[in-house]
Ligand binder design. Structure first.
Ligand code: FEO
Ligand code: CA
Ligand code: CA
Ligand code: CA
Length: 600
């Protein structure tokens, strides 16, 4: 190549080298701090973290476990912002000393319920640096847990498929589970995806009705007891006793973080699957479009187009109205078609002769309000068993769609496809131009351009922007950028954009023998495709929730020390508190030591 150095605005830093250090490692000239850790008190009356005296009551007022999605929202208080974090799941063996997997106690179980969900915490900006610290006991601080009240909204709310003995209305759910990635809406709320909810529900194997059994199986529900054994303490986690409770999870949740008394909702119009998250773009005509991936090998990419238009402004009344936008509209699933001859997508992973994995695609409508477009399924069935609807219409089976986010600058949509080791060279699970590598360990990032730039369009163009891995691997691709000038990257998971329009990618499950991390890459211009690693995370952790502001970068350091055989007594990481301590999932903040903007 002719590349002679330099980097895009916002990405001018010396990349961090791949490593196995039990720390957050940042570029030269940058500093870091921890914003908040699992167990830090945030609500009035909550005690300080005490690993030897954990209780459900304490945890309900403390920051939850395994922070994932993060966002920072503006606040009308000087030097303060509002932080929202998801708490995806609990790692009991890393939480409780002497954890006995066969005999969890009620207190441990209820503590785990309280460690799930979301946190809303006001954070204070340091006057001199990019550091942030939590403001405890602020009246906006809030915990939402596995037992908080939620309202089901949209066309499937009240459906027989959503009724339980505790809730004969089919509209009121207790809790949210496995909240993974998410999105920030233009109207000041957050969206959060309920992902691997199947793991909390026991005894699907005891279901006899073949149709019910097949539906459960399509969502990964089979077998007997769950690993956490919550079903021992609440019948709703036992599918053989409460068959519809599981249908009340797997939705996109919306929370108004500015109103701590608001009841969060679950939007049935966006369908039910293992939502990684959801991200919104406002179309030119004011309608709202939400994109969401179903994170499972061979599952689908979806979008929803609202029928109503957004109400401008940030008033509480506008926010309440806008929280109904995702209840009325049309749900679509994506079908990708390659433009290269099938013979050139041959399982070798080599680029086709036109030089790109690319092509066209269509959004296939599944349902709109009470109308189903899927033969043999009612609209309610489409919303509750959305995966089966995607199967019926021939949607494209993708390599694990994780975060999906439109660029606020260009409207182009970036889809993290994290990996798919079960992809084969040929057959029903065989490669296609959008998923071109068999035994795909490292994943790819797909760029989707809606027809005429119209977010509501039913047609699109696409290309693989990155095919991840070691740049020396001939199957990798970095948008054509010279491969000797990029950082290796593996298993893209969450994406976000900085103020310059650069894409930032966090990884989960790096298969290159080094730790996960955060990367920045320009998506246009002369540095397009120049992937640069900004940080790495400690042993056993994945990187999620990236937020990139002008003067700070935040990441969720999720499950530090999650390595087979590790326990609280024998930890695999001592981040962030240091030698002699157990690891704590936490939010890290990074800024430039000289106070200058990130990457300037
Ligand atoms: Fe929870 Fe798909 O990552
Ligand atoms: Ca092509
Ligand atoms: Ca994720
Ligand atoms: Ca992940």
């Amino acid at each position: 190549g002719t590349f002679a150095g330099g980097a895009a605005r916002g990405l001018r830093f010396t990349p961090v080298a791949p490593n196995l250090i039990d720390a957050v490692v940042v570029p030269e000239g940058y500093e870091q701090g921890v914003v908040i850790r699992w167990g830090d008190p945030i609500l009035r009356g909550a005690p300080a973290f005490d690993p030897d005296n954990q209780s459900a009551a304490a945890q309900a007022g403390q920051f939850g476990y395994n922070n994932d999605f993060l966002t920072l929202l503006p606040l009308a208080e000087r030097g303060r912002q509002l932080l929202v974090a998801n708490h995806e799941y609990t790692d009991e063996v890393l939480m409780f000393a002497g954890w006995d997997a066969a005999n969890p106690t009620r207190e441990q179980t209820e503590t785990a319920w309280a460690a799930h969900g979301l946190s809303v915490v006001v954070v204070q900006e340091d006057r001199r640096s990019g550091a942030l610290t939590a403001v405890t006991r602020h009246q906006l601080n809030r915990r939402i847990t596995a037992t908080s009240e939620f309202r089901l909204t949209g066309p499937a709310a009240g459906s027989d498929l959503l009724k339980t003995s505790a809730d004969p209305t089919g509209t009121k759910v207790l809790g949210t589970l496995n909240n993974c990635a998410g999105g920030t809406t233009p109207w000041g709320t957050i969206l959060s995806g309920e992902e691997n909810f199947n793991q909390y529900f026991a005894n699907a194997g005891a279901v006899l009705d073949p149709e019910h059994k097949a539906r459960l199986a399509r969502y990964g529900l089979a077998g007997a007891a769950t690993e956490r054994k919550w079903e021992r303490f609440d019948d709703r986690f036992d599918v053989s006793k409460e068959p519809n409770e599981v249908n009340r999870f797997g939705w996109v949740v919306e929370v108004d973080p500015y109103d701590p008394d608001s009841v969060p909702v679950k939007h049935t119009a966006l369908g039910r699957f293992k939502h990684e998250g959801a991200n919104v773009r406002i179309a030119a005509d004011g309608r709202v479009v939400a994109y969401s991936g179903d994170d499972e090998r061979f599952d689908y990419l979806y979008k929803f187009v609202s029928s109503k238009r957004v109400k401008p402004g940030q008033s509480p009344a506008a926010r309440r109205y806008n929280m109904t936008l995702l209840d009325e509209g049309t749900l679509y699933v994506a079908k990708f078609t390659g433009d290269s001859p099938a013979a050139e997508i041959d399982g070798s992973g080599k680029l086709p002769s036109d030089g790109e994995f690319d092509g066209s695609g269509e959004w296939i409508p599944l349902a709109s309000g009470d109308t189903s477009f899927v033969e043999g399924m009612s609209a309610e069935e489409v919303y509750v068993y959305t995966r089966l609807a995607g199967d019926k219409v021939g949607a494209t089976k993708m390599d694990r769609p994780e975060d999906v986010e439109p660029s606020p600058r260009t409207g182009k949509v970036y889809v993290a496809l994290t990996n798919n080791t079960k992809r084969t060279a040929t057959g029903a699970t065989g490669v296609d131009e959008a998923n071109p590598r068999p035994a795909n360990k490292h994943g790819q990032v797909l760029e989707l351009t809606e027809a005429r730039g119209d977010a509501t369009a039913e047609r699109f163009a696409w290309r693989l922007f990155l095919v991840a891995g070691d740049p020396n691997d001939p199957t990798t691709y970095f948008a054509g950028f010279p491969k000797d000038k990029v950082s290796p990257i593996s298993c893209p998971d969450n994406v976000t954009f900085d103020v310059h329009g650069n894409l930032w990618i966090s990884t989960d499950g790096n298969q290159l023998g080094s730790h996960d991390g955060l990367f920045g890459v320009a998506v246009t211009g002369r540095y397009e495709g120049q992937v640069k690693q900004f940080l790495t995370v400690p042993h056993g952790a994945e990187t999620c929730g990236p937020v990139v502001q002008e003067r700070r970068v935040l990441v969720s350091v999720q499950h530090p020390g999650e390595i087979d055989g590790a326990t609280t007594e024998n930890p695999a990481s001592t981040w962030p508190d240091g030698p002699g301590t157990m690891p704590r999932p936490s939010i890290a903040c990074v800024w430039r030591a000289d106070g200058a903007p990130i990457g300037s």
